[in-house]
Design a protein around this ligand. Structure first.
Ligand code: ACO
Length: 468
């Protein structure tokens, strides 16, 4: 493991170069987030024009600190960055997080190259430039100018876009999505996706890696590393710049080459990456990967109180390559005792719109408990004879009594205001729940597809290693 990259996630001390005295300025907000989110290491503001910021003694340079500094956050205008890097390198910093814009993305490639060259001289690694920072929840590190109170969880989110990345940080808080890390990579002058994948593959707090990707620097290495990582944990990618016009927009955004869409989709397929159609889908899937076990077998059973939801789920699963098998006979025998005589005992199991709160929960749990079932997808449509908050509460307490889930349970709760309250509660508990049947179905399909892809990649790798 690259020990300098380790310092990006676990720094013992941080210097903020360009820490500002003025609230609302980037250098102030980053320092304020580092202190406010509960980082436990040493923090040194660096600003030659100030003596104290946010109650901390301020230093004129990193070398003036005279203590070990692992990470340096740089938030001064671009033209001052090479000098700041030189100073940080001289002081023995392991990694620099360069927030400043004004480099390759606006045609200033020479300045960016100079920054990298100076850092290399000292063996220091660079994240950025043109980024909003880094968050790593296990060490309570929020060295960003995004929202502060990020929820800890199992998703590592790597984003090439800054503003979108910051906005999505806020979305994760509202949607109760827990993250291990959020890493803004911007121009990727040095540390790139492959470096981060290598690190995150070994990170015990990260269960899934989600990348918003515009382009990669070294495609061959990215594919090689990704195909190794997916044998350990899933990688979900949203590729931006999928069209000719989108690719042009990418070039003026981060200065990356978006590349040919066919090349990317072949590369993703080869390496076993799960390509999401959009950001919503990427987070939907990642949420499930971060908190659920993988399917035990091909016996996926859908349980719904709404025939239409069941049909849409069947369609969506089929579109993602998953066909529903006939439900196990032992399960049908159990379910028959719980539902009206006109219920449909195929797959999807339609327990009908007249099922009670308890009836729906009992049917779901019977399905979950059946040893022949590999995964369960529950779709609940709000009716006047049921209450989504009661169903959510019952489900949570019964699953808690069971000691948690030992197979995946993905839910769609479709309806009015109360369903959204139930969705929030279920997601907080760790059962991925979505407001639309198609989103739940696509998520379940991603779990199954990952299992298939991983097996394929493992087989391919072991065949290659046996070749003389
Ligand atoms: N070393 C340390 N601090 C210094 C130095 C130095 N050599 N020289 C000046 N400073 C201090 C300044 O006095 C100032 O502190 P003060 O406000 O207390 O006076 C502080 O450093 C910042 O310097 P400014 O010149 O005021 O710079 P400003 O904060 O306006 O801008 C910044 C710096 C934020 C890096 C800007 O140049 C920039 O690049 N902005 C874009 C950042 C960005 O958007 N990044 C991409 C993120 S993703 C997205 O798109 C959201």
């Amino acid at each position: 493991m690259d020990t300098n990259i380790k310092c990006l996630f676990n720094p013992k001390s941080i210097a903020v170069v360009g820490a500002s005295r003025t609230p609302g300025k980037i250098g102030y907000e980053i320092l304020s987030n580092i202190l406010g989110y509960g980082y436990g290491g040493k923090v040194y503001p660096v600003n030659p024009n100030a003596t104290e910021i946010l109650g901390l003694r301020c230093y004129p340079s990193v070398s003036a600190i005279k203590e070990e500094v692992d990470m340096v956050i740089i938030s001064v205008p671009a033209k001052l960055v090479p000098e700041a890097i030189e100073d940080a390198g001289n002081a023995g910093a392991k990694v620099a997080v360069v927030i400043s814009s004004g480099f390759k993305e606006v045609g200033n490639k020479d300045l960016e190259d100079e920054v990298v060259m100076r850092a290399r001289k000292y063996g220091m690694r660079i994240l950025g430039p043109n980024i909003f920072g880094i968050v790593y929840t296990p060490t309570r590190l929020n060295a960003s100018f995004g929202p502060r109170n990020v929820i800890p969880g199992g998703i590592a989110f790597i984003t090439q876009s800054g503003a979108l990345g910051i906005a999505l940080m806020g979305m994760t808080i509202v949607e109760r999505i827990g993250v291990s890390s959020i890493i803004s990579v911007g121009n990727k002058s040095d540390i790139d996706d492959a470096d981060l994948l290598e690190y995150l593959a070994e990170d015990p707090h990260t269960k899934v890696i989600l990348i918003y990707l515009e382009g990669v620097n070294d495609g061959r290495r990215f594919i090689k590393v990704a195909s190794e990582v997916i044998t350990k944990k899933p990688i979900v990618v949203v590729k931006a710049g999928r069209t000719e016009v989108g690719a042009k927009a990418v070039a003026s955004h981060t200065g990356s080459l978006a590349g040919n869409v066919v090349v990317y989709s072949v590369a993703f397929k080869q390496s076993g990456i799960l390509p999401a159609h959009n950001v919503e889908e990427a987070f939907d899937w990642s949420r499930a990967f971060s908190c659920l076990p993988l399917p035990k077998n091909q016996n996926l059973v859908v349980v719904t109180n709404g025939g239409g939801a069941g049909v849409l789920i069947t369609d969506t699963l089929a579109e993602y390559g998953i066909n529903l098998p006939s439900p196990p006979k032992s399960l049908m025998d159990d379910i028959r005792k719980l539902v009206p005589p006109f219920a449909s005992l195929a797959n999807p199991i339609d327990v009908t719109g007249m099922i009670s709160n308890e009836g729906y929960v009992n049917a779901l749990l019977k399905t979950l408990e059946n040893p022949e079932v590999g995964a369960v997808l529950g779709a609940y449509c709000q009716t006047a004879v049921t209450d989504p908050t009661i169903i959510a509460g019952l489900l949570i307490s019964r699953i808690r009594e069971m000691g948690g889930l030992n197979k995946p349970l993905v839910l769609a709760f479709i309806g009015g205001e109360e369903t959204y309250m139930a969705i929030r509660r279920l997601n907080d508990f760790g059962i991925p729940t979505y407001p639309m049947p198609e989103r739940a179905a696509a998520t379940m399909a991603a779990l199954y597809n990952y299992v298939k892809i991983r097996e394929g990649v493992i087989t391919r790798i072991s065949k290659l290693s046996k070749k003389p």
